[in-house]
Write a protein that binds this ligand. Structure first.
Ligand code: 4AD
Ligand code: MG
Length: 430
Protein backbone atom coordinates (compact mmCIF):
# COMPACT_ATOMS: atom_id res chain seq x y z
CA UNK A 1 0.00 0.00 0.00
CA UNK A 2 1.30 3.44 -0.95
CA UNK A 3 1.40 6.28 1.54
CA UNK A 4 -0.87 9.05 0.33
CA UNK A 5 -0.92 12.74 1.21
CA UNK A 6 -4.32 14.22 1.91
CA UNK A 7 -4.18 16.55 -1.06
CA UNK A 8 -3.59 13.67 -3.46
CA UNK A 9 -6.66 11.74 -2.39
CA UNK A 10 -9.10 12.34 -5.21
CA UNK A 11 -11.79 10.72 -7.29
CA UNK A 12 -9.51 8.24 -9.09
CA UNK A 13 -8.51 6.68 -5.76
CA UNK A 14 -12.09 6.10 -4.58
CA UNK A 15 -12.52 2.44 -3.65
CA UNK A 16 -8.73 1.96 -3.38
CA UNK A 17 -6.69 1.15 -0.28
CA UNK A 18 -4.63 4.10 0.98
CA UNK A 19 -2.33 4.79 3.88
CA UNK A 20 -2.38 8.11 5.73
CA UNK A 21 0.17 9.44 8.18
CA UNK A 22 -0.57 12.58 10.10
CA UNK A 23 -1.81 14.24 13.27
CA UNK A 24 -5.32 14.34 14.70
CA UNK A 25 -6.82 17.72 13.93
CA UNK A 26 -10.27 17.04 15.36
CA UNK A 27 -11.82 13.91 16.81
CA UNK A 28 -15.10 12.85 18.34
CA UNK A 29 -16.67 9.48 18.98
CA UNK A 30 -20.29 8.54 19.12
CA UNK A 31 -21.33 4.99 19.93
CA UNK A 32 -19.39 2.57 17.82
CA UNK A 33 -17.80 5.12 15.53
CA UNK A 34 -14.95 7.62 15.75
CA UNK A 35 -14.89 10.61 13.38
CA UNK A 36 -11.34 11.85 13.14
CA UNK A 37 -9.94 14.59 10.96
CA UNK A 38 -6.29 13.97 10.13
CA UNK A 39 -3.90 16.77 9.24
CA UNK A 40 -0.75 16.30 7.21
CA UNK A 41 1.56 18.73 5.43
CA UNK A 42 -0.87 19.02 2.52
CA UNK A 43 -4.26 19.44 4.18
CA UNK A 44 -6.94 17.67 6.20
CA UNK A 45 -8.96 14.46 5.62
CA UNK A 46 -11.87 12.91 7.46
CA UNK A 47 -11.37 9.36 8.72
CA UNK A 48 -14.10 7.12 10.11
CA UNK A 49 -13.15 4.30 12.46
CA UNK A 50 -15.98 1.83 13.00
CA UNK A 51 -16.03 -0.74 15.76
CA UNK A 52 -15.77 -4.13 14.04
CA UNK A 53 -14.09 -2.72 10.89
CA UNK A 54 -10.74 -2.42 12.70
CA UNK A 55 -9.09 -4.70 15.29
CA UNK A 56 -10.54 -4.03 18.78
CA UNK A 57 -7.33 -2.53 20.15
CA UNK A 58 -7.18 -0.13 17.18
CA UNK A 59 -10.72 1.03 17.92
CA UNK A 60 -9.81 1.59 21.58
CA UNK A 61 -6.80 3.72 20.62
CA UNK A 62 -8.93 5.73 18.19
CA UNK A 63 -11.37 6.50 21.02
CA UNK A 64 -8.53 7.44 23.37
CA UNK A 65 -6.25 9.46 21.08
CA UNK A 66 -6.66 13.21 21.56
CA UNK A 67 -5.90 15.94 19.07
CA UNK A 68 -2.29 16.24 17.88
CA UNK A 69 -1.64 12.52 18.46
CA UNK A 70 0.34 11.20 15.49
CA UNK A 71 -1.44 8.41 13.68
CA UNK A 72 -1.01 5.95 10.86
CA UNK A 73 -4.16 4.75 9.14
CA UNK A 74 -4.87 2.18 6.44
CA UNK A 75 -8.28 2.24 4.84
CA UNK A 76 -10.41 2.70 1.79
CA UNK A 77 -11.11 6.05 0.18
CA UNK A 78 -14.80 6.86 -0.22
CA UNK A 79 -16.80 9.83 -1.41
CA UNK A 80 -18.77 11.58 1.31
CA UNK A 81 -20.50 14.90 0.70
CA UNK A 82 -20.52 15.80 4.41
CA UNK A 83 -16.73 15.45 4.79
CA UNK A 84 -14.45 18.48 4.35
CA UNK A 85 -13.17 18.14 0.78
CA UNK A 86 -15.87 15.60 -0.16
CA UNK A 87 -13.91 12.41 0.67
CA UNK A 88 -13.25 10.27 3.68
CA UNK A 89 -11.06 7.30 4.53
CA UNK A 90 -12.82 4.31 6.11
CA UNK A 91 -10.23 2.81 8.40
CA UNK A 92 -9.18 -0.83 8.42
CA UNK A 93 -6.23 -0.19 10.72
CA UNK A 94 -5.63 2.70 13.15
CA UNK A 95 -2.26 2.97 14.86
CA UNK A 96 -1.10 5.69 17.21
CA UNK A 97 2.61 6.47 16.83
CA UNK A 98 2.76 9.14 19.55
CA UNK A 99 -0.12 9.86 21.91
CA UNK A 100 -0.55 13.58 22.59
CA UNK A 101 -1.04 14.98 26.06
CA UNK A 102 -4.00 17.41 26.19
CA UNK A 103 -2.95 20.05 23.68
CA UNK A 104 -2.35 23.45 25.34
CA UNK A 105 -3.74 25.45 22.40
CA UNK A 106 -7.51 25.56 22.19
CA UNK A 107 -9.72 27.69 20.01
CA UNK A 108 -9.43 31.20 21.46
CA UNK A 109 -6.01 32.12 22.81
CA UNK A 110 -4.22 35.35 23.55
CA UNK A 111 -1.47 36.50 21.18
CA UNK A 112 1.04 36.25 24.03
CA UNK A 113 0.18 32.63 24.75
CA UNK A 114 0.44 31.74 21.08
CA UNK A 115 3.88 33.36 21.00
CA UNK A 116 4.97 31.44 24.12
CA UNK A 117 3.73 28.26 22.46
CA UNK A 118 5.11 29.15 19.04
CA UNK A 119 6.78 25.72 18.68
CA UNK A 120 3.27 24.21 18.77
CA UNK A 121 1.32 27.05 17.12
CA UNK A 122 3.39 26.71 13.92
CA UNK A 123 1.36 23.54 13.29
CA UNK A 124 -1.72 25.69 12.62
CA UNK A 125 -3.11 25.75 9.11
CA UNK A 126 -2.44 29.51 8.72
CA UNK A 127 1.20 29.16 9.75
CA UNK A 128 1.62 26.14 7.48
CA UNK A 129 0.19 28.11 4.56
CA UNK A 130 2.48 31.09 5.26
CA UNK A 131 5.56 28.82 5.32
CA UNK A 132 4.62 27.42 1.93
CA UNK A 133 3.97 30.81 0.38
CA UNK A 134 7.35 31.96 1.68
CA UNK A 135 9.08 28.93 0.18
CA UNK A 136 7.31 29.57 -3.14
CA UNK A 137 8.38 33.22 -3.40
CA UNK A 138 11.98 32.26 -2.58
CA UNK A 139 11.82 29.63 -5.30
CA UNK A 140 10.46 32.23 -7.74
CA UNK A 141 13.24 34.67 -6.82
CA UNK A 142 16.03 32.12 -7.22
CA UNK A 143 14.62 31.02 -10.56
CA UNK A 144 14.45 34.63 -11.80
CA UNK A 145 18.02 35.35 -10.72
CA UNK A 146 19.28 32.16 -12.33
CA UNK A 147 17.50 32.90 -15.62
CA UNK A 148 19.00 36.39 -15.64
CA UNK A 149 22.60 35.28 -15.01
CA UNK A 150 23.02 36.38 -11.39
CA UNK A 151 25.45 34.44 -9.19
CA UNK A 152 24.34 33.59 -5.65
CA UNK A 153 27.04 34.48 -3.13
CA UNK A 154 27.54 34.02 0.63
CA UNK A 155 28.56 37.25 2.40
CA UNK A 156 29.60 37.31 6.08
CA UNK A 157 27.13 37.87 8.90
CA UNK A 158 29.73 39.06 11.44
CA UNK A 159 31.02 42.44 10.30
CA UNK A 160 32.62 45.70 11.37
CA UNK A 161 30.64 48.04 9.10
CA UNK A 162 27.27 49.75 9.41
CA UNK A 163 25.62 50.20 6.01
CA UNK A 164 22.38 51.41 7.58
CA UNK A 165 21.46 53.41 10.69
CA UNK A 166 24.24 52.70 13.20
CA UNK A 167 21.82 53.04 16.13
CA UNK A 168 20.24 49.72 15.14
CA UNK A 169 23.46 47.67 15.24
CA UNK A 170 23.60 44.52 17.34
CA UNK A 171 26.98 44.47 18.98
CA UNK A 172 28.68 41.15 19.71
CA UNK A 173 31.77 40.17 21.62
CA UNK A 174 34.11 38.87 18.93
CA UNK A 175 37.07 37.26 20.72
CA UNK A 176 38.76 40.31 22.24
CA UNK A 177 37.10 42.85 19.97
CA UNK A 178 33.69 44.27 19.21
CA UNK A 179 31.88 43.30 16.02
CA UNK A 180 28.32 43.62 14.71
CA UNK A 181 25.67 41.40 13.24
CA UNK A 182 25.08 42.32 9.61
CA UNK A 183 22.34 44.84 8.77
CA UNK A 184 22.82 44.30 5.05
CA UNK A 185 25.18 42.37 2.79
CA UNK A 186 25.36 45.33 0.44
CA UNK A 187 29.03 46.36 0.87
CA UNK A 188 30.21 42.78 0.42
CA UNK A 189 27.99 42.31 -2.62
CA UNK A 190 29.46 45.51 -4.06
CA UNK A 191 32.94 44.01 -3.69
CA UNK A 192 31.90 40.86 -5.55
CA UNK A 193 30.59 42.53 -8.73
CA UNK A 194 34.15 43.27 -9.85
CA UNK A 195 34.60 39.59 -10.61
CA UNK A 196 31.04 38.26 -10.90
CA UNK A 197 29.24 41.25 -12.47
CA UNK A 198 25.73 40.43 -11.14
CA UNK A 199 25.30 38.86 -7.70
CA UNK A 200 22.62 38.21 -5.12
CA UNK A 201 22.40 36.79 -1.63
CA UNK A 202 19.76 35.63 0.81
CA UNK A 203 20.93 36.12 4.39
CA UNK A 204 19.59 36.98 7.82
CA UNK A 205 19.87 40.70 8.59
CA UNK A 206 19.72 42.15 12.07
CA UNK A 207 18.27 45.43 13.28
CA UNK A 208 18.11 46.38 16.92
CA UNK A 209 14.83 48.23 16.40
CA UNK A 210 13.58 49.34 19.76
CA UNK A 211 10.20 50.45 18.53
CA UNK A 212 7.48 47.80 18.46
CA UNK A 213 5.79 48.04 15.11
CA UNK A 214 3.84 45.54 13.02
CA UNK A 215 6.50 45.72 10.30
CA UNK A 216 9.84 45.45 12.11
CA UNK A 217 11.69 42.36 13.24
CA UNK A 218 15.08 42.26 14.96
CA UNK A 219 16.09 39.41 12.65
CA UNK A 220 14.76 39.07 9.13
CA UNK A 221 15.65 37.41 5.83
CA UNK A 222 17.11 39.81 3.35
CA UNK A 223 17.26 39.22 -0.39
CA UNK A 224 19.82 41.55 -1.90
CA UNK A 225 21.30 42.06 -5.32
CA UNK A 226 24.07 44.18 -6.77
CA UNK A 227 25.08 44.64 -10.41
CA UNK A 228 27.91 46.39 -12.25
CA UNK A 229 27.17 48.72 -15.18
CA UNK A 230 23.67 49.40 -13.89
CA UNK A 231 21.93 52.72 -13.22
CA UNK A 232 18.93 53.19 -10.96
CA UNK A 233 16.44 53.03 -13.86
CA UNK A 234 17.54 49.51 -14.71
CA UNK A 235 17.74 48.69 -11.00
CA UNK A 236 14.01 49.47 -10.74
CA UNK A 237 13.24 47.33 -13.79
CA UNK A 238 15.00 44.42 -12.08
CA UNK A 239 12.89 44.99 -8.96
CA UNK A 240 9.56 45.02 -10.76
CA UNK A 241 10.39 41.92 -12.78
CA UNK A 242 11.71 40.07 -9.76
CA UNK A 243 8.65 40.91 -7.63
CA UNK A 244 6.32 39.78 -10.44
CA UNK A 245 8.25 36.48 -10.74
CA UNK A 246 7.98 35.92 -6.97
CA UNK A 247 4.21 36.56 -7.03
CA UNK A 248 3.78 34.27 -10.05
CA UNK A 249 5.43 31.41 -8.19
CA UNK A 250 3.23 31.96 -5.13
CA UNK A 251 0.11 31.87 -7.31
CA UNK A 252 1.33 28.80 -9.20
CA UNK A 253 2.39 26.78 -6.14
CA UNK A 254 0.03 27.98 -3.44
CA UNK A 255 -3.45 28.90 -4.74
CA UNK A 256 -5.19 27.04 -1.90
CA UNK A 257 -2.88 28.42 0.77
CA UNK A 258 -3.48 31.96 -0.49
CA UNK A 259 -7.23 31.45 -0.37
CA UNK A 260 -6.99 30.03 3.15
CA UNK A 261 -5.18 33.26 4.09
CA UNK A 262 -8.00 35.26 2.43
CA UNK A 263 -5.79 36.48 -0.40
CA UNK A 264 -7.47 36.21 -3.79
CA UNK A 265 -4.69 34.92 -6.13
CA UNK A 266 -6.23 36.96 -8.98
CA UNK A 267 -5.19 40.21 -7.24
CA UNK A 268 -1.55 39.02 -7.36
CA UNK A 269 -1.78 37.79 -10.94
CA UNK A 270 -2.78 41.27 -12.08
CA UNK A 271 0.45 42.77 -10.76
CA UNK A 272 2.64 43.28 -13.84
CA UNK A 273 5.51 45.64 -14.64
CA UNK A 274 5.94 48.51 -15.12
CA UNK A 275 5.07 49.91 -11.69
CA UNK A 276 4.42 53.65 -11.30
CA UNK A 277 7.29 55.94 -10.34
CA UNK A 278 6.56 58.90 -8.07
CA UNK A 279 9.17 61.47 -7.06
CA UNK A 280 9.57 62.05 -3.32
CA UNK A 281 8.59 65.65 -4.06
CA UNK A 282 5.34 64.50 -5.69
CA UNK A 283 4.69 62.21 -2.75
CA UNK A 284 4.97 65.23 -0.44
CA UNK A 285 2.45 67.19 -2.54
CA UNK A 286 0.07 64.25 -2.58
CA UNK A 287 0.28 63.82 1.19
CA UNK A 288 -0.14 67.55 1.87
CA UNK A 289 -3.27 67.61 -0.29
CA UNK A 290 -4.62 64.79 1.84
CA UNK A 291 -4.07 66.83 4.97
CA UNK A 292 -0.90 65.23 6.32
CA UNK A 293 1.52 67.54 8.09
CA UNK A 294 4.62 66.87 5.98
CA UNK A 295 7.13 68.97 4.09
CA UNK A 296 10.43 68.56 2.24
CA UNK A 297 12.69 66.46 4.48
CA UNK A 298 9.88 64.55 6.26
CA UNK A 299 10.52 60.83 6.39
CA UNK A 300 7.95 58.44 4.99
CA UNK A 301 6.82 56.32 7.93
CA UNK A 302 4.03 53.77 8.17
CA UNK A 303 1.29 56.45 8.15
CA UNK A 304 2.59 58.27 5.09
CA UNK A 305 3.25 55.04 3.19
CA UNK A 306 -0.26 53.80 3.99
CA UNK A 307 -1.74 57.01 2.62
CA UNK A 308 0.36 56.76 -0.55
CA UNK A 309 -0.62 53.16 -1.26
CA UNK A 310 -4.07 52.54 0.18
CA UNK A 311 -5.91 53.25 -3.06
CA UNK A 312 -3.47 51.32 -5.25
CA UNK A 313 -3.54 47.70 -6.34
CA UNK A 314 -0.04 47.73 -7.86
CA UNK A 315 3.27 48.54 -6.12
CA UNK A 316 4.74 52.02 -6.62
CA UNK A 317 8.32 53.33 -6.58
CA UNK A 318 9.05 56.51 -4.64
CA UNK A 319 12.25 57.93 -6.14
CA UNK A 320 14.83 60.62 -5.35
CA UNK A 321 14.63 61.04 -1.59
CA UNK A 322 16.36 63.99 0.07
CA UNK A 323 19.89 63.07 1.08
CA UNK A 324 19.31 63.65 4.78
CA UNK A 325 16.87 60.74 4.87
CA UNK A 326 19.12 58.09 3.33
CA UNK A 327 22.59 56.54 3.86
CA UNK A 328 25.88 57.90 2.56
CA UNK A 329 26.56 55.26 -0.09
CA UNK A 330 23.82 56.44 -2.45
CA UNK A 331 24.65 58.32 -5.64
CA UNK A 332 23.88 62.01 -5.80
CA UNK A 333 21.20 62.88 -8.33
CA UNK A 334 22.83 65.27 -10.85
CA UNK A 335 19.40 66.63 -11.84
CA UNK A 336 18.64 67.65 -8.27
CA UNK A 337 21.69 67.47 -5.98
CA UNK A 338 19.49 67.75 -2.89
CA UNK A 339 18.48 64.15 -3.65
CA UNK A 340 19.87 60.71 -4.39
CA UNK A 341 19.35 58.36 -7.34
CA UNK A 342 17.41 55.95 -5.19
CA UNK A 343 14.02 54.34 -4.78
CA UNK A 344 11.84 52.60 -2.23
CA UNK A 345 9.30 50.15 -3.59
CA UNK A 346 5.99 50.40 -1.71
CA UNK A 347 3.53 47.50 -1.82
CA UNK A 348 -0.11 48.46 -2.46
CA UNK A 349 -3.29 48.21 -0.35
CA UNK A 350 -1.80 50.47 2.30
CA UNK A 351 1.16 48.19 2.98
CA UNK A 352 4.27 50.28 2.30
CA UNK A 353 8.01 49.60 1.86
CA UNK A 354 9.21 46.18 0.76
CA UNK A 355 12.42 47.19 -1.07
CA UNK A 356 15.09 49.85 -0.66
CA UNK A 357 17.56 50.39 -3.48
CA UNK A 358 19.85 52.88 -5.17
CA UNK A 359 22.64 53.59 -7.55
CA UNK A 360 25.87 53.72 -5.54
CA UNK A 361 28.17 56.67 -5.00
CA UNK A 362 31.52 56.25 -6.77
CA UNK A 363 33.16 59.44 -5.49
CA UNK A 364 35.30 58.58 -2.45
CA UNK A 365 35.81 62.20 -1.41
CA UNK A 366 32.05 62.57 -0.89
CA UNK A 367 31.77 59.40 1.15
CA UNK A 368 34.83 60.18 3.28
CA UNK A 369 33.46 63.65 4.07
CA UNK A 370 30.20 62.09 5.23
CA UNK A 371 31.88 59.40 7.35
CA UNK A 372 34.17 61.96 8.98
CA UNK A 373 31.26 64.23 9.66
CA UNK A 374 29.50 61.37 11.48
CA UNK A 375 32.62 60.51 13.48
CA UNK A 376 32.91 57.04 11.93
CA UNK A 377 36.30 55.32 12.04
CA UNK A 378 37.61 55.34 8.48
CA UNK A 379 39.72 52.27 9.28
CA UNK A 380 36.64 50.07 9.19
CA UNK A 381 35.64 51.44 5.77
CA UNK A 382 39.08 51.43 4.13
CA UNK A 383 38.36 48.24 2.25
CA UNK A 384 35.02 49.59 1.04
CA UNK A 385 36.62 52.80 -0.20
CA UNK A 386 39.26 50.71 -1.99
CA UNK A 387 36.51 49.49 -4.32
CA UNK A 388 36.38 53.01 -5.83
CA UNK A 389 40.16 53.09 -6.24
CA UNK A 390 40.72 49.97 -8.32
CA UNK A 391 38.59 50.00 -11.44
CA UNK A 392 35.49 51.72 -10.09
CA UNK A 393 32.33 51.02 -12.04
CA UNK A 394 28.82 52.50 -12.06
CA UNK A 395 26.63 50.09 -10.13
CA UNK A 396 23.31 49.66 -8.34
CA UNK A 397 21.51 47.26 -6.08
CA UNK A 398 18.69 46.78 -3.61
CA UNK A 399 17.46 44.82 -0.60
CA UNK A 400 14.06 43.18 -0.29
CA UNK A 401 12.68 42.16 3.12
CA UNK A 402 11.30 38.64 2.73
CA UNK A 403 9.00 38.84 5.76
CA UNK A 404 7.71 42.21 4.53
CA UNK A 405 6.63 40.83 1.17
CA UNK A 406 5.16 37.73 2.84
CA UNK A 407 3.17 39.89 5.28
CA UNK A 408 1.75 41.82 2.36
CA UNK A 409 1.01 38.81 0.12
CA UNK A 410 -0.53 36.78 2.94
CA UNK A 411 -2.50 39.75 4.31
CA UNK A 412 -1.06 39.26 7.80
CA UNK A 413 -1.77 41.81 10.52
CA UNK A 414 1.74 41.59 11.92
CA UNK A 415 5.16 40.76 10.44
CA UNK A 416 5.88 38.28 13.25
CA UNK A 417 3.49 35.85 11.58
CA UNK A 418 5.64 35.84 8.45
CA UNK A 419 8.34 33.84 10.22
CA UNK A 420 8.16 30.73 12.42
CA UNK A 421 10.25 32.15 15.27
CA UNK A 422 9.95 35.95 15.32
CA UNK A 423 12.69 37.90 17.04
CA UNK A 424 11.48 41.20 18.46
CA UNK A 425 12.55 43.52 21.24
CA UNK A 426 10.32 41.56 23.59
CA UNK A 427 11.09 38.01 22.55
CA UNK A 428 13.82 35.43 21.91
CA UNK A 429 11.87 32.44 23.30
CA UNK A 430 11.17 29.84 21.98
O1 4AD B 1 15.85 49.83 3.33
P1 4AD B 1 16.93 48.99 3.94
O2 4AD B 1 17.44 49.38 5.27
O3 4AD B 1 18.10 48.93 2.85
C1 4AD B 1 19.28 48.27 2.99
O4 4AD B 1 19.60 47.58 3.93
C2 4AD B 1 20.16 48.32 1.77
N1 4AD B 1 21.55 48.27 2.21
C3 4AD B 1 19.79 47.16 0.88
C4 4AD B 1 20.62 47.10 -0.37
O5 4AD B 1 20.59 48.05 -1.14
N2 4AD B 1 21.35 46.03 -0.57
O6 4AD B 1 16.42 47.48 4.04
C5 4AD B 1 16.00 46.80 2.88
C6 4AD B 1 14.67 46.13 3.13
C7 4AD B 1 13.53 47.09 3.46
O7 4AD B 1 12.94 47.61 2.30
C8 4AD B 1 12.57 46.16 4.19
O8 4AD B 1 11.81 45.40 3.28
C9 4AD B 1 13.50 45.23 4.93
O9 4AD B 1 14.75 45.27 4.26
N3 4AD B 1 13.68 45.60 6.33
C10 4AD B 1 13.13 44.96 7.37
N4 4AD B 1 12.30 43.90 7.42
C11 4AD B 1 11.90 43.48 8.64
N5 4AD B 1 12.29 44.04 9.80
C12 4AD B 1 13.12 45.11 9.80
N6 4AD B 1 13.53 45.65 10.96
C13 4AD B 1 13.58 45.61 8.54
N7 4AD B 1 14.39 46.63 8.17
C14 4AD B 1 14.44 46.60 6.82
MG1 MG C 1 14.51 51.35 3.68
Amino acid sequence: MRRAYNRHLSKDLVGKQVQLRGWLYRTRSSGGIVFAVVRDSTGIMQVTVKKGSVPDEDFDSAVKAGIESSVEIDGELAEDKRAPGGFEVRAKRFQVAGLSEPFPITEYQSTELLLDLRHLWIRSREQTAVSKVKAAILMGARKWFEENDYIEVTPPIITAVAPEDSTTLFQIKYFDRIAYLSQSAQFYLESLIFSLDKVYSLTPSFRAEKSRTPRHLAEYWHLEMEAAWMDNEENMRVQEELVAAMLDKAVEKCPDELKLLKRDPATLKRIRPPFDRMKYEEAMDYLQKRGLDVSWGSDLGAIEERELTKDRDMPVFVVNYPKELKPFYMKENPEDPRTYKNSDLLAPEGFGEIIGGSERETDNARMIAWLEDKGESLDNYKWYLDLRRYGSVPHSGFGLGIERIVTWICKLDHIRDATPYPRTVARVYP
